[in-house]
Design a protein around this ligand. Structure first.
Ligand code: GLN
Length: 491
């Protein structure tokens, strides 16, 4: 087996058995990054020397018998997590020179577990997007190709660099963040597993804020088990994030073999959208047949406010973003463009530092929060958000988990869907409701499209019941037996 075909779980066992060292592993993955990143642009910043130093420390720790399952494992870190001493850009020009003096809680926890950081993964600017096209550091290329075509495809977004890095075998796993689908949709577009945990499960401290009431960190990896191993280390209460939950973190790996016997799986009628690719609907039917065959009971449910998910999200998220991004004023963080006076300096800095999508969101956000429109838009959206949450609460009185497609299409071409932002926003139709409700949701690779591209199914669970999400996802993964590999990858 090639070193690039290892999963985190298998690599951890090989490290523990001293069949391989972290230095060997990290040297190979540093090499893969050096070879593939110039083409795929999955990393904004690579940190090969730091990775090697961490690998040496990991080998010493393994020798001392003090390893965790992540000790010595090379990972990609989404460039939205502040990393002490390592440039953190959020894929924005406005943060180009920003070197955080402190570490985000999640990246710090991974460090403490002994994980190795290969570099900072590319993303849509400030995590606003579904394709990585809005990055200020150039788009990411999806390592997958349509059969018989050389067209460059997007890896999804916003965690597209993380997704491409893992799919192309440049890293064993990655961190992502998900505000409206940014872990799940890129995972689906690149044939990976990825979970957005319950809001509050992982600390947001040190994660550059997009929409604070929605942002959640989570793992992306080659399979469901690796996601469980990563989430074990990433999750937990943090007194520095007042919205992080005071809840014990279970060992998520123990849920993987639970099976689905006797579980009730809900199929929401409202997700059967007109115009959805029939292949995606067929895969969804396959998914429910797999779960039924594994002993689950399939239950038709209704999430009646689903159609308001996107409009609510595209009011709430920009509103919070416009306020979060007010801090980039040329004074405290990152770039500054001097002007004739203070206001002129603000304007020049923000005009030069933010890209078009970020500016669009700031304008929408300030508009819906402005006097005279606040009640009509923002307040109304908050009320409808509550109804969406209630839909889920009522559904979870009847079922243990919900199965849906992750995205309405497979990966699309670089440059497609760019003329009209609304077409791009439609990508999030299946992922946004779980974000608004704060419930955990995972994407599992479940099949290939007729064009040979990966498709994902989404498992949604109750608040803080990631264990059931893992159990159902593991059962789906087993039934799907997804083994296809992208064309562009380290071998
Ligand atoms: N695609 C969505 C957006 O553009 C979600 C992004 C995210 O989850 N960070 O806002």
């Amino acid at each position: 087996m090639s070193i690039f075909d290892l999963t985190i779980a298998v690599a951890a066992r090989a490290l523990a058995a001293k069949q391989i060292s972290s230095v060997e592993l990290v040297t190979a993955y540093n090499g893969a990054v050096a070879a593939l990143n110039p083409r795929l642009n999955a990393f904004i910043t690579t940190t090969p020397d730091l990775a090697l130093a961490q690998a040496k420390a990991a080998d010493a720790r393994i020798a001392a018998g003090e390893a965790t399952p992540l000790t010595g494992i090379p990972l990609a870190m989404k460039d939205l997590f502040c990393t002490a001493g390592v440039r953190t850009t959020a894929a924005s020009k406005i943060l180009e020179p920003f070197i955080p003096p402190y570490e985000s809680t999640v990246s710090g926890k991974l460090k403490t577990a002994g994980a190795v950081m290969l570099g900072k993964a590319n993303l849509d600017e400030f995590a606003m997007g579904s394709s990585n096209i809005t990055s200020g550091y150039g788009p990411v290329e999806n390592p997958w190709k349509r059969t018989g075509s050389d067209a460059r495809l997007v890896p999804g977004g916003s965690s597209g660099g993380s997704a491409a890095a893992v799919a192309a075998r440049m890293a064993l796993g990655a961190t992502g963040t998900d505000t409206g689908g940014s872990i799940r949709q890129p995972a689906a577009f690149t044939g990976l597993a990825g979970i957005k945990p319950t809001y509050g499960r992982c600390s947001r401290y040190g994660i550059i804020a997009f929409a604070s009431s929605l942002d959640q960190a989570g793992p992306m990896a080659r399979n469901v088990e690796d996601c469980a191993l990563l989430l074990n280390a990433m999750a937990g209460f943090d007194e520095r994030d007042s919205t992080s939950a005071q809840r014990a973190v279970p060992d998520f790996t123990t849920a993987l073999n639970r099976g689905v016997k006797g579980l009730r799986i809900g199929i929401p009628a409202e997700y059967r959208l007109e115009g959805t690719n029939p292949e995606i609907l067929a895969l969804w039917d396959k998914g429910l047949a797999w779960l039924r065959a594994a002993g689950a009971e399939i239950v038709d449910i209704s999430l009646p406010h689903t159609q308001y998910g996107l409009p609510v999200y595209y009011i709430v998220a920009p509103a919070e973003a416009s306020s979060n991004l007010a801090r980039y004023d040329g004074v405290r963080f990152g770039a500054r463009v001097d002007g004739v006076d203070l206001i002129d300096m603000y304007e020049r800095t923000r005009a030069a530092g933010f890209g078009a999508e970020v500016k669009r969101r700031i304008m929408i956000g300030t508009y819906v929060l402005s006097h005279g429109y606040y009640d009509a838009y923002y307040l109304k959206a908050q009320k409808v958000r509550n109804l969406i949450l209630r839909d889920f609460t009522e559904a979870f009185a009847k079922v243990d988990a919900i199965l849906t497609p992750t995205a309405p299409s497979a990966a699309f071409g670089l440059g497609e869907k760019m003329d009209d932002p609304v077409t791009m926003y439609l990508n999030d139709v299946f992922t946004v409701p779980a974000s608004l409700a704060g419930v955990p949701a995972m994407s599992v690779p479940a099949g290939l499209s007729s064009e040979g591209l990966p498709l994902g199914l989404q498992v949604i669970g109750r608040h803080f019941d990631e264990e059931t999400v893992f159990a159902v996802s593991a059962a789906l993964e087993k039934a799907a037996g997804f083994t296809a590999l992208p064309e562009l990858r380290a071998k």
